[in-house]
Each structure stands twice: as C-alpha cells, then as structure tokens.
Design a protein around this ligand. Structure first.
Ligand code: PMP
Length: 441
C-alpha cells in the first residue's frame, strides 16, 4: 500500500516513513508490545510469536514479567494496592466512570473543583484548571494565550504537544538551542527591537515556552537564568512540568521547588498527571485572571469530556500523599527514594564507562547507544535478561545519538538497581557501548 498507484502519492507515504520504516519494524519487534496488568515496579509483557507482525499480536500468547524502567512511574503511584487503589475503587462505585458531558454542561463535578484547588496549592499558584489529556492541555492552551502578531520563543527540544500548540496559535515562532541561555539571549535580542528592550514591541506578546525536565535528555531547564532574562526582556514564561512535577524538588514541587524559585516568577505552570501521579490528564496553573480567561477560551476544556472521576481520585490521593496532607511521611519517603535511586543509577553507569546524559538528580537517565542499529540489539538483550527499557532513535532524537532511556522510580529497590547494573555491564561489553575503561561491577 506504500507503492504509487493512481499517479499521485498514497495517503500513507512520506519521506520519513521511507527512511525509518524498517527501523521501526525492528524496534517494534523487540519493544512496542502490549502489556497486561499495572505497569509498576515490574511490567508484564506479551511475548511475540512467529506469526505476529507489526501491530498484530496473539493476545492469548505467553506473558513475561520483567523489571520496568520504561514507564514514567516516578513516585511509584502506578499500583494495584495501597491508598490510591482503595480510594479509586470507592469513587468508581460512587461516581461511575464518566460524566457524559462537558464541564459547561453537567460534567462539572465537585471532584474537579477539589483537584483544581489542590493543584493550585501544590504548585503555589492562585488558581488552576484541569483537562482530560496532557497533550491537549498544551496544544489548546497556547493558542488560547497568543495568536497572530505575537511571538513564541521555544526550546528546540520541546515536546510535540508544545510545538503543535505553537503552530496552531498562528504566532511567529523562533527556536533556541536546547537549554542554551546564550543562544536564547541572542534570539531575544534579535526579536526585540534594539533600543526598546523593555517592551514587547514589535510583538503583541512574547511567550517563552520550555519544559522543566526534558524526557529524552534528562536535562533540567536553567530556570534561574531564564528568570533573570525575563526581568531584562519582559516576556511571559510557560513551563511544561510533565516530567518534573512530583519528581523534582525537595517537596516534589517541580522546577521552582528544585531551584528555590518563587512560582510567581513563572506565568504559566503546566503539568500532566500521567507520570508522578499514576493518573491521566493535565493542568494549567496561573493567576486567577489567566485561568478565568482559559476556562472560556481553551477548546479542550470547553468542548471535551473532563477527566473521569476515578482518575481524579487517583490524582487527589497521590497528590495529598506527596504534600503530606494524608498525615504520613510516605510522600517524603517516595521523593527521597526517587532522588537516591536516580543519583545511584546514573553514577554507577558512568563509573562503568557508559556515556550517560542528564543533569544530576534527573530520574530520566538516557544511556547513549549512538548507532541506531544497536537499538534493537540492546532492547532484545535487556528483555532476555528481564529488563524493560525504551530505546529511542530518529525522529525522536538525532539519528547519531540513539539511546536507551531508563526511567527510575521510587518503587525500584536497591536490589533491582544492582541486578540491572550487573546485566548492563555485560550488555555494554557485548555491544561495545562503553567508551572509557570499564571499571566493571
Ligand atoms: N508534555 C510533555 C513534556 C510530555 O512529555 C508529554 C507526554 N509524555 C505531554 C506533555 C503529554 O502528556 P500526556 O501523555 O499526559 O497526554
């Protein structure tokens, strides 16, 4: 079906699919397979049979439980037992699964308001609103804030949902090198008329869009410098905390907490519930006037089904544990455990001679494989040894910096990490991945 048929290009063909489809087939062969049960400390994968190809699976096939480094379960709230699971089961009984209406109709439940107030408190903003999908939260909020005549300045590695929202907005877009403050400054100087650096002219508004923690790099936004530049150039700042909320900072409060920056310095704090909270959906937090405006103009908020009640319950329960509002120190323990696990795993990998990206403290730990041909081999070797890890290549990363990405969790034990490090030591030798002298395990 990829062949030219009627003299014009088939609907599914483009340059990228020509370039990458063979690679994708091989990566799918070793990783993208359905799971069953809860993707927590371990994950149960469906084994592929020789009859299976592409996305077709024999669903009754064998299952294999492996250690899970592939989910964004940073604080270990993806679980089938415990306080979240109990509260979710009760809410399902009481409220059912869906509201069958938008917020403006009969979909505006008390749980939504409770969550919005909790989010605002947790991130240190006046108000917050929640939307049923993290992706849509970005792609529909940005067009509700800026449009034609405005300028968006975006980090080159921003997530697809941010890029999508920026393009949809109709604003002019300029991109700066990833987390590079001197390049960012040059873009600002170029875009803001010389002699008038303290105004937004010639733009109606300037919105700078960045992420808190970059999920392919493990890099943390240089927030303190960004705030200094904000004071000088007076732009609005939008930070996507999908990966940093819950996972960074002493209180799990994200990048502001991590750097000790007052959340008032950031205009829009966005985040998702899919990672640290084991739920689904996204939030926008900001001044009350901004949230009031977005409640009327954000299309995903106005025209789509809100988050389902049991999912809200999962988020409320986990967020209260993180904040300590449940009266225990469970949240603190999880935050500390995640930080310890992340530091330990990254430093051991480096000692073993691997090239590892990421800033100190990042729970996302990318291990460089470089050669895209090593992606399937690495994935297969890990799976054979009972370790699930996502391998990433072009177009999600530049083709020559193909990598495996380990997502650490508070649910991992030291024994899990030591077992994985021992196995990786061998895989690293087998695939010649270590660049410095191997100190071994
Ligand atoms: N922003 C970032 C930075 C993300 O990484 C993701 C998804 N991983 C999203 C937004 C979209 O969130 P969701 O998966 O919750 O829709």
């Amino acid at each position: 079906h990829l062949r030219k048929s009627n003299g014009y290009a088939p609907i599914v063909s483009d340059f990228d699919s020509f370039y990458t489809r063979r690679l994708y087939t091989r990566i799918r062969d070793c990783w993208n397979r359905p799971i069953t049960g809860v993707p927590s400390r371990t994950v149960t994968l469906l084994e592929r049979t020789s009859k299976d190809y592409n996305h077709t699976f024999t669903l009754t096939g064998n299952k294999k439980e492996v250690l899970n480094f592939s989910s964004y379960n940073y604080l270990g709230f993806a679980q089938k037992e415990g306080p979240c699971a109990t509260a979710v089961a009760e809410t399902t009984q009481k409220c059912g699964l869906g509201l069958s209406a938008t917020r403006a109709e009969t979909g505006d439940s008390e749980l939504h308001h409770e969550l919005e107030q909790l989010v605002a408190r947790f991130v240190g903003k006046e108000d917050a609103m929640v939307i049923s999908m993290g992706y849509a939260t970005n792609s529909t909020t940005i067009p509700a804030l800026v449009g034609k005549g405005s300028l968006i300045i975006s980090d080159e590695l921003n997530h697809s949902s941010l890029i999508f929202g920026a393009r949809l907005s109709g604003a002019a877009i300029r991109v700066f090198k990833h987390n590079n403050m001197s390049d960012f400054r040059s873009v600002l100087r170029e875009c803001i008329s010389q002699g008038q650096p303290r105004t937004h002219r010639p733009w109606k508004k300037i919105l700078v869009v960045v992420e808190g923690l970059y999920s392919m790099e493990g890099s943390i936004v240089n927030l303190p410098e960004m705030i200094e530049l904000k004071r000088e150039f007076r732009f609005y700042l939008y930070v996507d905390e999908a990966h940093s909320i819950g996972a960074l900072g002493e209180n799990g409060g994200g990048v502001c907490d991590f750097f000790g920056v007052d959340p008032a310095e950031v205009d829009i704090l966005m985040g998702t519930f899919t990672k640290s909270f084991g739920g689904a959906g996204g939030y926008i937090a900001g001044d009350k006037a901004v949230i009031d405006h977005l409640r009327l103009t954000n299309h995903a908020y106005v025209y789509a089904e809100p988050i389902s009640p049991p999912v809200i319950q999962q988020i409320i329960t986990s967020m209260k544990i993180i904040c300590g509002e449940d009266g225990t120190d469970d949240g603190r323990r999880r935050i500390k455990q995640l930080a310890e696990n992340s530091l330990y795993f990254a430093s051991r990998l480096r000692e073993m001679g691997f090239i590892v990206y990421g800033d100190e403290g990042s729970p996302v730990i990318p291990l460089l494989l470089f050669n895209p041909a090593k992606l399937p081999a690495f994935s297969r070797e890990c799976l054979k040894r009972g370790i699930a890890v996502v391998v990433v290549g072009y177009p999600a990363t530049p083709i020559i910096t193909s990598r495996a990405r380990f997502c650490l969790s508070a649910a991992h034990t030291r024994a899990d990490l030591d077992y994985t490090l021992r196995e990786l030591d061998e895989v690293g030798d087998l695939l010649m991945l270590k660049v410095s002298r191997n100190k071994g395990m």
